[in-house]
Design a protein around this ligand. Sequence first.
Ligand code: DGP
Length: 140
Amino acid sequence: MAKPSATIFARILDGELPCHRVYEDDHVLAFLDVFPLSDGHTLVIPKERVAFLHQLSDTAAAAVGRCLPRIARAVMKATGAEAYNVLQNNGSAAHQAVFHVHFHIIPKVGDRGLGLSWHPSSLTQDRGADLAQAIADAID
Ligand code: DGP
């Protein structure tokens, strides 16, 4: 797996590669995705260089969380989109291609935007109780 310091996004942060920047503060950079699913498809990244969401510090996570709604509002205003998806992939099996944490803001306009294949099962009472307890116990 590529080290976060070697990713395309790290090189954008370092100014080695260009981007279409839409927002920047001390902890966060947002720029247009160069392979957009729709007009205005924007990537929001922490400046902290980790691959996965669960590795993010509370400070970096709070910074990203604070600006995501503002950037989403701007994307909607600029594109006229009235619907959008926020997507955040972790791991190759989950379709992550760039191993630096990033959130996609993807406007849904007509048939352009995120396509989803969603195959829900049904949570039983017992399984729900077991899983909720296991996850609650694992929270640090
Ligand atoms: P993901 O599959 O969640 O890791 O998404 C990575 C996204 O990054 C993908 O939608 C395409 C985008 N991307 C890849 N290389 C570049 C680049 O050099 N510049 C920009 N702006 N986006 C990139």
